[in-house]
Design a protein around this ligand. Structure first.
Ligand SMILES: Cc1cc2nc3c(=O)[nH]c(=O)nc-3n(C[C@H](O)[C@H](O)[C@H](O)COP(=O)(O)OP(=O)(O)OC[C@H]3O[C@@H](n4cnc5c(N)ncnc54)[C@H](O)[C@@H]3O)c2cc1C
Length: 386
């Protein structure tokens, strides 16, 4: 336990030191330019944080999702944003848990060394939205290859990744018993496919997220890019999604604590009517309330991470951690904005940027409504509403 606590403390202080080199001005600039925070991502990679989940035998650090979540939390707690590189952590489970020995031996050392970036997760489609099993992208076996056709949307970091995990249908939906069957996962060498069947189109968004639309037209990929068994991909992706929810919950917790610290310090410093505004309960109580909600969300995040790590079912906890943490960070964001008053709207204080950034988590990677319907249906046994 002490060893683990020491490890967590070391990780926290290491990430904090690294992030201190990337202050608000850095994030304001990349946000304004809508540019990729290359220096920050390179520093994270060189310091070894992006290989945290890769086992030591493949050149990684070999820690668990709890430690990975601490790394991402600290980035957000420092005022930065890990979205430019967090996917390498949540995608990793798909390859680690379901990839073949050959795939792991080939890819993991290269990802660990930084030679290859695994940052793109190709699931969402324009016509399917949250209804993932209804996706239309098709991969059809042709000898030693699959031929892929389809379209993806909101695929973040595709222009800054060498590899992409792709979810596609290999058996038509009318030929499977359950919609979750007949989907398969591929690990694609994205760089070599651009212009050879893949076209990437950036989407301008209210946050600097480097997200894109991907058009796939008669793309030929080797059959050995298939991860695990053909037709079982939805299960593998769900694994990755649970990891993603735990990690995003940790980022929300980091955002939330950042907002609470900012609001508290500002409220103590700012004097109006001859006293600090923090002396007014109308300012003090919302900050305290946001803090309490964050602490509670944080507990659920650790519980979800513990279950994930031990290989137990964690869908409920991962979803609930994501919802609680996203709500708590959004509450903290609103509170910080109100506390700063007019100054919250000035870019130099970072409140408006982080406010925009943390709003995303009500919608992605899974929207609040879908978490509620999951709990209503799968945990509480009420009927499916759709
Ligand atoms: C910035 C950004 C980055 C992203 N990055 C990635 C990525 O890297 N890879 C990837 O695969 N995807 C990515 N996504 C996609 C993201 O996961 C989806 O946007 C999200 O899951 C919601 O899907 P949708 O946008 O299609 O909404 P829809 O499914 O169209 O839903 C719209 C609204 O309707 C609600 N709704 C839908 N059905 C129901 C229902 N039955 N009951 C109640 N409410 C319902 C939803 O909750 C939501 O509020 C990203 C999205 C964004 C915005």
């Amino acid at each position: 336990m002490t060893d683990l606590t020491d490890l967590h403390d070391d990780l926290r202080s290491g990430v904090r030191q690294l992030c201190a080199k990337y202050p608000g001005e850095y994030w304001q600039k990349v946000d304004k330019d809508h540019s990729y925070p290359t220096d920050f991502v390179n520093s994270m990679s060189e310091a070894g944080y992006l290989k945290a989940l890769i086992p030591e035998e493949y050149g990684g650090i070999g820690v668990g999702i709890t430690e990975a979540s601490i790394i991402l939390e600290e980035v957000h707690r420092s005022g930065g944003n890990a979205a430019a590189c967090h996917a390498q952590m949540y995608i990793m489970g798909t390859l680690l848990r379901h990839g073949s020995d050959e795939q792991k031996a080939y890819y993991l050392p290269k990802i660990a060394s930084g030679e290859l970036r695994l940052q793109a997760f190709g699931v969402t489609e324009p016509n399917a939205g949250t209804d993932t099993t209804n996706l239309r992208t098709r991969a059809v076996r042709d000898g030693d290859e699959y031929v892929v056709n389809g379209q993806k949307i909101w695929i973040s970091r595709a222009e800054h990744s060498d590899l992409m995990i792709l979810l596609a249908r290999t058996t038509p939906i009318d030929q499977v018993k359950k919609k979750t069957q007949g989907l398969s996962v591929f690990l694609i060498d994205l760089k070599s496919t651009i212009g050879n069947g893949v076209t990437i189109k950036p989407i301008e968004t209210m946050i600097n997220h480097q997200t894109t639309e991907i058009f796939i037209d008669n793309l030929r990929i080797p059959a050995d890019t298939l991860i695990g068994e053909e037709g079982m991909g939805f299960r593998y992706i769900l694994d990755g999604m649970n990891a993603e929810r735990v990690l995003i919950a940790a980022e929300c917790v980091g955002d939330g604590y950042w907002f609470v610290d900012k609001a508290t310090n500002y409220a103590n410093d700012r004097e109006v009517f001859g006293r600090p505004i923090s002396q007014n309960q109308g300012i003090q109580f919302p900050i305290a309330q946001a803090y309490i909600h964050l602490r509670a969300a944080d507990l659920m995040r650790y519980e979800a991470a513990r279950l994930y790590e031990s290989g137990q079912p964690c869908g409920a906890e991962a979803n609930m951690a994501k919802l609680l943490a996203a709500d708590a960070s959004w509450e903290a964001a609103n509170t910080a904005l109100q506390t700063y008053g007019g100054y919250a709207f000035a870019r130099e204080y970072d409140i408006e940027r982080k406010f925009r950034e943390t709003r995303l988590y009500q919608v992605a990677p899974i929207s609040t409504n879908l978490v509620l319907s999951y709990v209503g249906q799968h945990i509480l046994g009420m009927p499916r509403s759709f």
